[in-house]
Each structure stands twice: as C-alpha cells, then as structure tokens.
Ligand binder design. Sequence first.
Ligand SMILES: NC(=O)c1ccc[n+]([C@@H]2O[C@H](COP(=O)([O-])OP(=O)(O)OC[C@H]3O[C@@H](n4cnc5c(N)ncnc54)[C@H](O)[C@@H]3O)[C@@H](O)[C@H]2O)c1
Ligand SMILES: [Zn+2]
Length: 286
Amino acid sequence: MADVDVVCHQAAVVGAGTTTGDLPLYAAHNDLGTAAVLAAATEVGIERLVLASSMVVYGDGAYACAEHGRVVPSARIPQALAAGDFEAHCPSCGQTLAPLLVDEDAPAAPRSAYAASKAAQEHYASAWARQAGAAVVALRYHNVYGPGMPRDTPYSGVAAMFRSALERGEAPRVFEDGGQRRDFVHVDDVARANLLAATAVTTAPPGSFQPYNVASGYPVTVAEVARLVAQGTGRPLAPEVTGEYRLGDVRHVVASAQRAARDLGFRAATSPQEGLPEFASAPLRP
Ligand SMILES: NC(=O)c1ccc[n+]([C@@H]2O[C@H](COP(=O)([O-])OP(=O)(O)OC[C@H]3O[C@@H](n4cnc5c(N)ncnc54)[C@H](O)[C@@H]3O)[C@@H](O)[C@H]2O)c1
Ligand SMILES: [Zn+2]
C-alpha cells in the first residue's frame, strides 16, 4: 500500500449465509479481514478509507402507520404469510404500514451473519478513524446489478436470478405478491459513488465516519424488476407471482438518496427503468 492515498475496501464474503456454521466464515473474512486492512493502513501511513457497506445493516426498512406514525413493525408471522398477507403491520393497531425512505440515521439491526459482519466492518472502521485520526466514508449499497454479475447462484441478487430464468426460457418466479419494494442501483453508478467518496474522504475531518446510502432513488417492486428484465429480452415472459415466502425476508427496504446527493454530489445516472431492461443482455460471470 505504499504511495496509496485512499483505500477502497470492497472485499467481502457476500450472501445470506445458510447455516450457523457459516458464522465463522463471515467473521474471518469480513470482520478480521477489515481489521487487518485497517491495521495495515495505519502501519504505512494511510488515513483515508472508503468502505463498501450495505443496506443489510438496517435489517428492515422504515415504516409508518396512518394512526401511529413511524413504528417498528411486528414480525411477520408464518400464518399471515401463508394466508397471503405479506405486508408489515403496526404493533399497536395492526394496520398495514406504508414504507418510508430509510436514511442513514436508522439504527443498525443486522438479521444475518453477513449483515452482522457488514455492520461490524462499519464499527471497526469508525473505531479506526477515531484511534488513528483517520477518515472513513462508508457506502451502503442497495441492490447492485449490472454486467459482470455472477450467474444464478444462491448468493447472486434477484435481478441475476430473473435473468438466468429468462435465458432458460422460464418465467421469472417472484416471491410473495411481488409488491416488495427495493432500490436497484447500477454498478456504473456504484463505481461513480466510489470515486466521489474517495475524493470527498481526502478532505474529511480526522476522526470522522460518514455513512451514505448508494441507491438509484427510484424504488421499484420486485414484480417490476422481473417485468423490466423480461422486457429487455425482446420476448417478454410475464413473471410468475408464486406467493412463496422466506421467513427472514423483509417486506420493503427503500433508501433516501438525499444525503449522498448533498454531501458527495452523487446522483444515480441510470434508472431501473433504463438499466434493468439493458441488464437482460449484459454479460454475466460464472
Ligand atoms: N452486490 C450487491 O448487491 C452488494 C450490495 C451491498 C453491498 N455489497 C458489498 O460490495 C462489496 C463487493 O461485493 P460484490 O457483490 O462485488 O461481491 P463479490 O463476491 O463479487 O466480490 C467480493 C470479492 O471479495 C473477495 N474476498 C472475499 N474475502 C476476501 C479475503 N479475505 N481476502 C481477499 N479478498 C476477499 C472475493 O474473492 C471477491 O472477489 C462487498 O463488500 C459487499 O458486501 C454488495
Ligand atoms: Zn398503528
């Protein structure tokens, strides 16, 4: 790392982790790996870091009840999901909650080994900034997609899974009722966000740790994602909404892109409406 001004730390073991046996894997590569990078940076005099973090640190999205305002939803119960009620509900009155944009002040609430390790990376980086008088910008990527994404693996994102299904001539299978909302951000925009962050962090005050959502700012439903990718194939197969669900999934996670725009000057150039159809023919990696 000689002659390096800023480290952009992207390496991590990704994916949800399937069993508790995976816990040490995430801790080793993501927690210990990051700690080692930070210690090594100080050793050679580097005081600036851009960290690839993730929206998974939030756990669930933010929600509001028409009557009770901003609330933490009660956990979705298997009986409700099995009966086709996929929405999050108010813990006080049971009403269906509306999704709000999650901003960077939302508390960390990791729900998986991977999420816990991403939150840990942020905590180590923040502690390092204080201790070393260094500065960190943490970029909380939302759902990244684009050329070079891994093919259909348990760890690849839903956009790649839809795309792989379409390539096999199958309809993309959409869980729940397809109304889950997410933010899909193109990898070119993620790269630009990194350049802006690498520039901004050089003048950030010593001891600072600043997290930013990296998102398109255009929330979409998962059914729309399937439809947009299918549209790009030229012979669109209508998505199959299966009603299947996974207990650990959250209903909505949509980001506020405001702070990154204000502080970093980052605004996504590619909307999901433009980027997801293009993604239908982008090269994937094995
Ligand atoms: N893809 C997304 O939607 C998404 C969303 C949020 C955050 N992120 C974050 O973005 C970063 C890049 O993710 P990606 O999707 O490109 O994943 P990826 O698996 O394609 O890339 C991660 C890379 O890190 C390397 N790596 C893992 N452990 C390592 C170690 N101990 N030493 C050296 N290299 C190691 C892997 O070999 C791999 O090349 C990660 O930090 C991930 O947590 C990705
Ligand atoms: Zn309520």
